[in-house]
Design a protein around this ligand. Structure first.
Ligand code: SF4
Length: 284
């Protein structure tokens, strides 16, 4: 029995860099850091950060001093000023792709174009784009029904921007509806890291040599579950949070085990699962 990993899996480049920056900060002795929101949606990563002395907070006001760390999702621009006014140092790990969306939105807003963010209004990334704006200057939409509820005749020009991790195709009907109501220009703000992980998982599952797939990640992680669904359409697939979830029955007669992982799964958890599979094989 051998293990084969998907061509792409786990952390995207933005989260990987954020993770490295926080660890480098802790490595320099920075034990007074507070991360605003999780650096990545994974309990193991949160525990790991806490062990390094870097705690997660939900509100800027909870940072009493030292350094506040802005996660890869980014924050409303005013948070930088608020942090400085409170005497905090800032470690900004905002993904460059997220900054691109901020800039694109600002440019359009300066030209008087109405902004439409396709995404979830409560997602941290979307809050970063919208919190500081005049509520009359934008909408956040994810369904045609929501789009139908707006009188678009008062917005002659509309700029559509997507939450970076969405699959644009799933929202095509929303944007088409907008195009039937206003002069719409679309910003290409989708990050393909998620799609690349999905495409690679599909390719792994379709590999005729691979007998079963292990998808490593949190059960609450939407993108992990999505990978599990993709693989499950092709091969027996199991979602595991760590090596403790493995069951001997799954591997009967298997020679090659495929492994992929959700975007919030740290490398060491994936390594632990791979080692456990290898040990099962060695132990018979
Ligand atoms: S925009 Fe893409 S690369 Fe950046 S943090 Fe989000 S998923 Fe990762």
């Amino acid at each position: 029995m051998e293990v084969k990993r998907a061509e792409k899996y786990g952390f995207c480049a933005g989260v990987r860099v954020a993770d490295q920056k926080v660890k480098a900060f802790a490595g320099r002795g920075g034990r007074d850091g507070r991360i605003l929101g999780q650096v990545v949606h994974n309990e193991r990563v949160v525990e790991e950060m806490e062990a390094l002395g870097v705690l997660t907070i939900d509100d800027l006001d909870e940072a009493a001093g030292g350094t506040v760390i802005f996660s890869a999702h980014g924050v409303p621009p005013s948070f930088h000023r608020r942090a400085r006014d409170r005497g905090l140092k800032i470690l900004d790990t905002t993904c460059p792709f997220v900054y691109d969306v901020h800039e694109e939105a600002d440019r359009a807003a300066d030209e008087g174009v109405h902004l439409v963010f396709i995404g979830e209004p409560d997602h941290r990334e979307v809050i970063g784009y919208t919190r500081d704006r005049d509520p009359a200057s934008y909408h956040v939409l994810s369904t045609v029904a929501e789009a139908r509820g707006v009188d678009w005749s008062v917005y002659p020009r509309v700029k559509v921007l997507y939450q970076t991790t969405l699959n644009a195709e799933e929202y095509e009907d929303v944007v088409r509806y907008l195009e039937s109501r206003a002069a719409v220009s679309r910003a290409d703000t989708i990050c393909y890291a998620t799609k690349e992980n999905q495409d690679a998982a599909r390719a792994l599952a379709r590999d005729p040599e691979v007998d079963l797939i292990l998808v490593v990640g949190g059960r609450q992680s939407a993108n992990t579950r999505h990978l599990w669904e993709i693989c499950g359409e092709v091969k027996p697939s199991y979602l595991v949070q760590g090596p403790g979830d493995l069951s001997d029955d799954w591997f009967a007669g298997a020679r090659l085990v495929g492994i992929t992982a959700g975007a919030s799964t740290p490398d060491y958890v994936i390594d632990e699962v791979e080692q456990a599979v290898t040990a099962m094989q060695a132990g018979g």
